[in-house]
Design a protein around this ligand. Structure first.
Ligand SMILES: N[C@@H](CCC(=O)N[C@@H](CS)C(=O)NCC(=O)O)C(=O)O
Length: 303
C-alpha cells in the first residue's frame, strides 16, 4: 500500500504556521498517514488507527500535522446524504481532524443515537462525550481545535455568521426536504436509497410520512408547490447575491455559515426540480466547488 510519511513539528507550534520547513524539522515525532485510507500509524496513537479515515493522501502538510496532534478519538454518526452531515464532515476535514464514520442505521448505532442523542444525525462522540446537533458539534470542535476558526473574532461578524447558519439550516432545509422527499418529480428517486425489497419500501413509506409531518408542522408543507418553487428561487437569488463578490459569505475564509450553506446546496442539488435551479446560478456552483475542495470532497452529492 502506498504510504506517505509526515513529520509533525513540536506540539507547541501553531497549526497554521506549520509550513513545509516546520513540518520537516521534527522528524522524531514522525507518524505515517496511509495514502489510501488516511490511517495514522504512529504507535503512540494506535487506538485511532484501524478506524480513522478523515484524511486523504493529498491532505496538505498543515492539515496532516494537525491530525497528528489530535489526542481525542472522534466518532461521527454520519448519514452521507444528510445536509447536516455534509456540513459537519466538511468542517471536520477543514480542521484537519481524523474521525471514524459510524453508520447510524446499524442497529447498535441507531440505538445509541436514540439513547444518548436526539434520535437525529449528525452526532459526534468526542472520547466519552456525545454531542448532537451540527451547531453544537461545530462549537465543541471550535473549543477543542480553534484553528482554522469557524467563528470570526469580530462580534458583529460572529452574529451574522450564526444568523446565516440558522437561515441555511432552517429555511433552506425545509425547502430541500420538500423538493427531495415530497415533490412528485423526485418520487421515483428517493425510494431507490431504501432498496427495492419489501422492507425498503416499508421503510421509505414510514420515513416519507414522518418527513411530510415535519415539513407540514414547520409550515413549509402548507404552501402550494408553485409558491415553494418561487420561494426557493428567491432564496437561491439571495444566496447568490450574498456570495458576491465572494469567495465566502461573510469573511475572508470559510466560516460556520458557509459550511451550513454548503450542506443545504448539496442537498438541493440532489433533487430533480431544485438541482437545476442551483446549477444555473454560477456563484452558487463556484461556491460549492470551492467548499468541496476545502472539505476534501465532503459532499455526498453525485457530480
Ligand atoms: N438542527 C439539527 C437538524 C438535524 C436533522 O434534522 N437531521 C435529520 C437528517 S437530515 C434527521 O436525523 N432526521 C431524522 C428524524 O427526524 O427522525 C442539526 O443541525 O443537526
Amino acid at each position: 500500500m502506498n504510504a506517505q510519511t509526515l513529520h509533525p513539528s513540536s506540539p507547541s507550534s501553531s497549526a497554521s504556521s506549520a509550513g513545509p520547513a516546520a513540518v520537516a524539522a521534527a522528524a522524531e515525532h514522525s507518524s505515517t498517514i496511509d495514502a489510501e485510507f488516511g490511517f495514522i500509524r504512529d504507535p503512540a496513537r494506535r487506538q485511532l488507527a484501524p478506524l480513522a479515515f478523515g484524511l486523504r493522501a493529498d491532505s496538505p502538510p498543515a492539515v496532516a500535522w494537525r491530525a497528528a496532534q489530535q489526542r481525542e478519538r472522534l466518532s461521527f454518526w454520519d448519514f452521507p446524504s444528510s445536509p447536516f452531515c455534509v456540513k459537519v464532515r466538511a468542517m471536520l476535514r477543514h480542521k484537519g481532524l481524523v474521525f471514524e464514520a459510524v453508520d447510524p442505521l446499524a442497529p447498535a448505532h441507531w440505538w445509541t443515537l436514540q439513547r444518548r442523542g436526539l434520535g437525529k444525525v449528525p452526532a459526534l462522540q468526542i472520547d466519552a462525550r456525545f454531542v448532537t446537533d451540527s451547531t453544537d458539534i461545530a462549537l465543541a470542535l471550535e473549543a477543542l481545535y480553534p484553528e482554522p476558526a469557524l467563528v470570526p473574532a469580530d462580534a458583529r461578524l460572529a452574529a451574522l455568521n450564526h444568523a446565516l447558519e440558522e437561515w441555511a439550516d432552517e429555511a433552506l432545509y425545509f425547502l430541500g426536504l420538500h423538493f427531495l422527499w415530497l415533490d412528485p418529480a423526485t418520487a421515483g428517486l428517493v425510494p431507490q436509497l431504501f432498496g427495492r425489497g419489501p422492507l425498503g419500501r416499508l421503510g421509505y413509506q414510514i420515513y416519507r410520512r414522518r418527513i411530510a409531518a415535519q415539513v407540514r408542522g414547520q409550515g413549509t408543507g402548507r404552501k402550494p408547490p408553485e409558491r415553494l418553487l418561487g420561494e426557493l428561487q428567491r432564496q437561491l437569488d439571495h444566496a447568490a447575491a450574498l456570495l458576491q463578490p465572494g469567495p465566502w459569505l461573510i469573511d475572508e475564509q470559510p466560516r460556520l455559515a458557509d459550511f451550513a450553506l454548503f450542506g443545504q446546496l448539496s442537498f438541493l442539488l440532489r433533487a430533480v426540480t431544485s438541482g437545476p435551479l442551483v446549477r444555473e446560478r454560477p456563484p452558487l456552483m463556484a461556491f460549492v466547488k470551492r467548499l468541496r475542495a476545502v472539505g476534501r470532497d465532503a459532499s455526498a452529492t453525485p457530480r
